[in-house]
Design a protein. Structure first.
Ligand code: ACO
Length: 323
C-alpha cells in the first residue's frame, strides 16, 4: 500500500511582532481582556510590501530542506490561503516561480481556516495514487490585511505567517503502523456563511473586503463541529483517541482548544498550542504549530498525529497521520 507521508515541515513568521498592549494603543481593548478570552499575547504582522507568496516561499524552502529535497524535485504545489497575492494567478504558481520549481501541478485551495486540512487531503490523493512524488502543501496567510481595525471583536484575534509540509509516497503494510496519512474527515455547511465571512470579492463588490464574524456563535459551532470531525477522522483511520500522540489543532482561541480537548477527552498536555504567540493565522496555523512541535522536540518520527480545524464557510475537518 502506498501512502503519502510528511517528510519535512517548515515555518516562516514575519519579523514584526505586535503585542496586545500595542494594539490597545489604537483599539478599545486590553491585554487582560485578550489573554483571558483568547489566550493570545502577540501576533506577527507582514510588512506592507511583503506578499503572502513570500511567506509561503520561505516556509516551503525550509520544509524542502528538512525533507532533503530541492525545488527541482517538486511536482505538486498546493497553497491553502484566503489572502492570495492576486485574484489570479494562484499563489501556488507564484511560489513555484519563486522556488524555481519545474513545470508541474500548482493551484490554491480556499477553505479559510480549514484550508490546510483540505489541501492536505487533496495532495494525499495525488501522492497516494502516484500522480505526484514530491508535493508541497503550504498554508500561508496575511490575515491582518483583512482586518477592520475599528472592530475590536475581530482585529485582536488574527496574525500572519506560513507553514509548509513536504509529502512523499511511502510503501507500507496497510496498517495503522504505516508512515503516512491514515484517514480524513472533511465537512462544509454553507448555510452558516453569516457567522464568518469577508464582505468583499471580485464578482460582488470589486473590493477585497473586511472580515466579519459573530464570535460567540462561531465559538459554539467550533467545539461541536471539530469534536465530531475528530471522532470521524479517527474512525476513518482506524485508530482510537488515546492512541494519538499529539493533537495539532487550528489555533483560533485557547478556549476552543481547551473546549475541544475536554469534549473529546484529550489530555490537554497532548495539544500543541501556539495561539499565545501566533494568534489565529488561518490556514497557516496547523503547519506552524506542527513545525513548532518538531522544533522543540515534542513531535517525533513514528508518532500518531491528529490535525483539526474549522473556519469560514463554515468548513471544518480533521486528519490522522503517522509521522
Ligand atoms: N477587547 C475588549 N472587549 C471586547 C473585545 C476586545 N478585543 N472584543 C469584544 N469585546 C467586548 C464585546 O464588545 C462585549 O461587550 P458588551 O458585553 O459590552 O457588548 C464583550 O466583550 C463580550 O463579547 P463576546 O463576543 O460575547 O465575547 P466572547 O467571550 O464570546 O469572546 C471572542 C469573543 C474572543 C471573539 C470569542 O467569541 C471567540 O474567540 N470566538 C471564536 C471566534 C474565532 O476564533 N474565530 C476565528 C475564525 S473561526 C476559527 O478559526 C475556529
Amino acid at each position: 500500500v502506498i501512502r503519502s507521508a510528511v517528510t519535512g515541515v517548515g515555518a516562516y513568521l514575519p519579523d514584526n511582532i505586535v503585542t496586545n498592549d500595542q494594539l490597545a494603543e489604537t483599539v478599545d481593548t486590553s491585554d487582560a481582556w485578550i489573554v483571558e478570552r483568547t489566550g493570545i499575547r502577540q501576533r506577527h504582522k507582514v510588512a506592507d510590501d511583503q506578499p503572502v507568496s513570500d511567506l509561503a516561499f520561505r516556509a516551503a524552502q525550509q520544509a524542502l530542506e528538512r525533507a532533503g529535497k530541492t525545488a527541482a524535485d517538486v511536482d505538486l504545489i498546493i497553497v491553502a490561503t484566503t489572502t492570495p497575492d492576486m485574484t489570479f494567478p494562484a499563489t501556488a504558481t507564484i511560489v513555484q516561480r519563486k522556488l524555481g520549481a519545474p513545470v508541474g501541478i500548482a493551484f490554491d485551495v480556499q477553505a479559510v481556516c480549514s484550508g490546510f486540512v483540505y489541501a492536505l487531503s487533496v495532495a494525499d490523493g495525488f501522492v497516494a495514487r502516484g500522480h505526484a512524488k514530491c508535493a508541497l502543501v503550504i498554508g500561508a496567510e496575511a490575515m491582518t490585511r483583512l482586518m477592520d481595525w475599528t472592530d475590536r471583536g475581530t482585529c485582536v484575534l488574527f496574525g500572519d505567517g506560513a507553514g509548509a509540509v513536504v509529502l512523499e509516497p511511502r510503501e507500507g503494510q496497510g496498517t495503522t503502523a504505516d508512515q503516512g496519512v491514515l484517514g480524513f474527515a472533511l465537512r462544509a455547511d454553507g448555510t452558516k456563511q453569516e457567522l464568518l465571512y469577508v464582505d468583499g470579492g471580485p464578482s460582488t463588490t470589486g473590493t477585497v473586503g473586511k472580515l466579519r464574524m459573530l464570535g460567540n456563535q462561531v465559538f459554539k459551532h467550533a467545539v461541536i463541529n471539530i469534536s465530531e470531525a475528530i471522532h470521524a477522522a479517527a474512525k476513518a483511520a482506524d485508530v482510537t483517541i488515546p492512541e494519538v500522540d499529539w493533537f495539532i489543532p487550528h489555533q483560533a482561541n485557547q478556549r476552543i482548544l481547551a473546549g475541544v480537548a475536554h469534549r473529546v477527552d484529550i489530555d490537554e498536555d497532548k495539544v500543541i498550542s501556539t495561539v499565545a504567540l501566533h494568534a489565529n493565522t488561518s490556514a497557516a496555523s496547523i503547519p506552524l504549530a506542527f513545525a513548532q512541535g518538531i522544533a522543540d522536540g515534542r513531535i517525533k518520527p513514528g508518532q500518531l498525529l491528529l490535525l483539526e480545524a474549522m473556519g469560514g464557510g463554515l468548513t471544518w475537518g480533521a486528519c490522522v497521520l503517522r509521522l
